[in-house]
Design a protein around this ligand. Structure first.
Ligand SMILES: NC(=O)c1ccc[n+]([C@@H]2O[C@H](COP(=O)([O-])OP(=O)(O)OC[C@H]3O[C@@H](n4cnc5c(N)ncnc54)[C@H](OP(=O)(O)O)[C@@H]3O)[C@@H](O)[C@H]2O)c1
Length: 250
């Protein structure tokens, strides 16, 4: 992974799960990585004693934090090569229970936040000839009853990916996405609000459904985030790569 040497990478929501696995892969390739999250202690737990890994308390759903995040990475390392819009929000939300605050909180993190971060990053990514990688979900394509807000927000992120790819190609910036299938992280409990037993029931049902017979590991998805950010993908833009064990097919 020589092509990541000395590159500067921002990963939103990098303190755990897919974002942390991606951070470790970028670091292994020689990059310097800024991860964000909403809890200082969670960031400290992974950044302490990790050279070239910095943490910033910033919420992808808070508009003012976009500028702060990009500025901090540039202050630290004087450049920016890769933005990974990884932080996600979601909850089971049947249409009949729709409430403006719950809808806003999902779209703020999954759609508005990535947009503001990308906008702030453009001048720096133009200089470096950099890349944006958005983290979407199988649910962007696969309709699931009771998850319309989350699914539609990820479908929006995928269409943003294609539109930005066209808009930013003249600046030499590539934009791609990964659409992750079910992955072994705390997302079901911490983001979706499931109790542990209910989360285990969902996991068990998904394992039976996924054609390749298992839920993903964060590293399964992280490998493709890094690949799309690297020069290996130098002639790829506007694409959404499904990393899902075939889940989208069933
Ligand atoms: N896991 C899956 O099965 C799955 C499937 C498809 C797609 N995805 C997508 O993959 C991405 C990562 O999911 P994951 O499962 O790896 O996540 P996760 O393990 O639930 O969370 C990863 C990190 O994100 C941080 N975070 C959460 N909300 C944030 C916010 N608003 N701003 C900044 N940081 C935030 C959390 O720290 P704090 O709580 O301290 O902020 C946590 O450290 C999401 O976009 C998700 O939609 C996941």
């Amino acid at each position: 992974m020589e092509s990541m040497k000395d590159k500067v990478v921002i990963i939103t929501g990098g303190g755990a799960g897919i974002g942390l696995a991606a951070a470790r892969s970028f670091l292994a390739g020689g990059a310097r990585v800024l991860i964000t999250g909403r809890r200082q202690a969670a960031l400290d737990a992974v950044t302490t004693a990790a050279p070239n890994l910095a943490g910033l308390v910033a919420d992808a759903g808070v508009p003012a934090d976009a500028k702060r995040t990009v500025s901090y990475a540039v202050e630290l390392w004087n450049r920016l090569d890769v933005l990974v819009n990884n932080a996600g929000a979601g909850a089971p939300l049947p249409l009949v229970e729709s409430e403006i605050d719950r809808l806003r909180s999902i779209y703020a993190v999954n759609v508005v936040g990535p947009t503001l971060l990308a906008a702030e990053a453009i001048p720096h990514l133009s200089t470096s000839g950099g890349a944006i990688v958005n983290v979407s979900s199988t649910l962007a394509q696969k309709p699931v009853s009771g998850f319309s807000a989350y699914a539609a927000s990820k479908a929006a992120l995928e269409q943003l990916t294609r539109c930005w790819a066209l808009e930013l190609a003249p600046r030499g910036i590539r934009v791609n996405a990964v659409a992750a299938g079910p992955v072994e992280t705390a997302f079901l409990e911490e983001r979706m609000g499931y109790a542990h037993e209910a989360a285990e029931a969902v996991r068990s049902a998904e394992r039976k459904q996924i054609p390749l017979g298992r839920r993903g590991e964060p590293a399964d998805v992280a490998a493709w985030i890094v690949a799309l950010a690297s020069s290996t993908a130098g002639w790829i833009t506007g694409q959404v790569v499904g990393v899902d064990g075939g889940y989208v097919l069933v």
